[in-house]
Design a protein around this ligand. Sequence first.
Ligand code: HEM
Length: 510
Amino acid sequence: IYPALLALLLSLLAFLAKRRWKRYGPEPCGGKKLPSPPSLPLLGHLLELRRQDLPVRFMELSQCYGPVFRLRFGIQDVVILNSVEIIREALIKKWSDFAGRPPSYTGDLISFGGKDLSLGDYTPLWKIQRRLAHSSVQRSLRTNLESLISQEAEHLCQDFLSRGSSPMDVANDFSLHTCKIISSMTFGVLFDTKDPEFQAIHKCIAEVVRLWSSPRVIVLDSVPLLRKLPNATLEELLRMAERRDTFVRNQLQIHKETFRPSEIRDILDNMIHFLQERQQREQSLAAEGGEEFNEDHVHMAIVDLFIGGTETTASTLTWTVAFLMHHPQVQQRIHSEMIDILGPNHFPEYSDRNRLPLLWATVSEMLRLRPVAPLALPHATTKDTSVAGYFIPKGTVVIANLYAANHDEMIWKNPTQFRPERFLEAEDPKQAHRNVLAFSAGARVCLGEPLARMELFLFLGHLLHHFRFLPPAAGQLPDLCGIFGFNLRSKPFQVRLVPWTEPGLGEGQE
Ligand code: HEM
């Protein structure tokens, strides 16, 4: 009975959706009709979702249908933006029109009913939450964050040195160390990466992301009928989210008990301070709609910083090692650049970006070629609007294909090639760095961009100061295609980290 009901429901909704787009059809308010590939009755373009590398598939479709087109997944119309120009028009020029998030049943289940920062819609309460998280991260960046990151990068290098030059998988080490940095920023605790308790919470965070983006959970957002059926993946997700929340709740409790307004120790203190001040100001208590900004919003903002701050930067670092193994001459040139400019006993500081242009260019090239959130997070229009002259109704789901923008041939010559030099050769190198859209743009631009860039520059600087990245055996180079999903991760690979002073065997190929 379920398939029959589902088919009926889908056809009804498809009919309604079609009518909605017809209503706004060709030029109801001066807009053109959005191109859309042929679709199947009922299913629309659902079969496209069989392709794992959706960003690449959308890029292919944009070659036939132009940089902006519409797809329909079951009952859901989705507009896909595929070029730098179009994404900028929507997310920057018309930022507030595109600042919403679509409703998410599963997102609500793991965020106290939608009190999330990254998944929350563009509401007055969300704006408060975003401003608070932004100012808290900025405050943290102004403290001695750079020395903490450098210290962690060096700890990691010493740890690698102690393990010798035998092949290893570095992805989990990067993830644990970036998680340690964001934990220190948010909770003021410098965990030991070998502490089993820390490893457990690190794993739990990764599991929440993995389970939430698994097909068995995603489908619940678009097919409500399935919510009635038993779903082991969803149950596991709820268990993991509960474990995550217990950890954050404990940290909140400890912070509240030891809080002193005169001594703001970390991001969580800053948020508690804001909350307490706000609660004292009676007139500010009720935001629009009567709901208050409360501890749940702080809780979820912390969760998002924790999630955002862990896997993304670590994945980009892992990608960089993989690509550099294919390009040993670039490794050599970055190493020489550091030694020539800074001398053999100095590590790069973040202010050395202009003095170490190749190192800085390598960070940008990696963010361009392998943006770890290739489709960003889904946006939703907050009112009737348009892009490139095409009308888009309020409430439409909009996907910014950052992967396509970063491979846009109008902007990048030979976009699939790894060539950090492109930034050095550009007429306007600053503009070239700005053209990389890995962190998205506008109202929902990644809150952690300055932190991530600093981490990438300093970690890569320390690593390449000490080591060459060599394959485990001659010719055994990492696969650079990656695994597409919510995140774009590299496939697991082994690398030998060999100090520059030692001879290396089995180098990669340029
Ligand atoms: C959102 C990329 C690191 C926290 C995002 C988005 C992207 C992104 C593409 C979605 C923007 C949109 O929907 O248009 C990246 C990349 C990173 C990185 C490539 C590293 C290489 C971080 C770090 C943090 C962080 C270190 C934590 C400090 C967040 C948060 C959001 C977000 C909280 C949600 C923003 C909102 O919805 O308003 N990130 N991110 N990210 N990121 Fe990052």
